[in-house]
Design a protein around this ligand. Structure first.
Ligand SMILES: Cc1cc2nc3c(=O)[nH]c(=O)nc-3n(C[C@H](O)[C@H](O)[C@H](O)COP(=O)(O)O)c2cc1C
Length: 191
């Protein structure tokens, strides 16, 4: 089974997750950054994984456009969707905003992979936005209120990543599950 893992990532979290997923999936896997250029031909893939990250409540526009422009084709694939969403409490809402409902309901796996705050990569405005996001997160996790913005923070949800990969590997045998995909171009290819 040929698989496409397509992602968008600003500071590297969704990219790191896409890389891990592509390395651990069985079969031939093409890994594509949606911003890297020409999109691969979707017809050559049976399984598609689409991932992105949340910025002020929204996924990257390239991913939204990709899903909308390829909706019919994606519904025919074995589909996996993931978000890098730091605010766990908001995941359900962010998911509904990020992907068309038709794709969410047909996907074989949908997960929040969590997020990271890579402060060294952020500009002043991004740091200000993180202060707002972390205020909301502090309601559940009081330690967020005292976050040291000189240190990077990882909130990756490894159990969710593991579960997602397991489901997507199992989908090979489980014919008939709906899946979606997004794509991006190039980068690596693994057999
Ligand atoms: C400007 C900015 C706004 C953000 N807004 C949100 C948000 O609304 N909700 C959330 O859960 N995470 C938010 N985050 C956290 C990112 O989703 C998190 O850093 C993620 O790991 C970024 O992934 P990427 O490096 O692949 O782009 C925001 C981060 C930045 C820098």
């Amino acid at each position: 089974m040929n698989t496409l893992v397509i992602y968008a990532s600003k500071h590297g979290t969704a990219k790191k997750c896409a890389s891990e997923v592509s390395q651990r999936l069985t079969g031939k896997v093409d890994l594509c950054n949606i911003k890297s250029g020409k999109l691969p031909e979707l017809s050559q893939y049976e399984r598609v994984i689409i991932g992105g990250s949340i910025y002020v409540g929204k996924i990257q526009k390239d991913i939204s456009d990709f899903c909308l422009n390829n909706l019919g084709l994606l519904k025919q694939k074995k589909l996996g969707l993931y978000l890098c969403c730091s605010n766990k409490k908001e995941f359900d809402t962010e998911l509904k905003n990020a992907f068309p409902q038709e794709l969410i309901s047909t996907a074989a796996a949908v997960e929040n992979f969590g997020g990271e705050f890579n402060f060294k990569e952020m500009n002043f405005l991004e740091r200000a936005a993180i202060k707002m996001v972390s205020k909301g997160m502090a309601k559940e996790d009081p330690s967020m209120a005292q976050m040291d913005m000189k240190k990077s923070v990882s909130m990756l949800l490894q159990d969710n990543i593991d579960r997602f990969i397991e489901l997507m590997n199992n989908v090979i045998e489980a014919q008939g599950l709906g899946v979606d995909v997004v794509s991006q171009t190039t980068v690596t290819s693994k057999v």
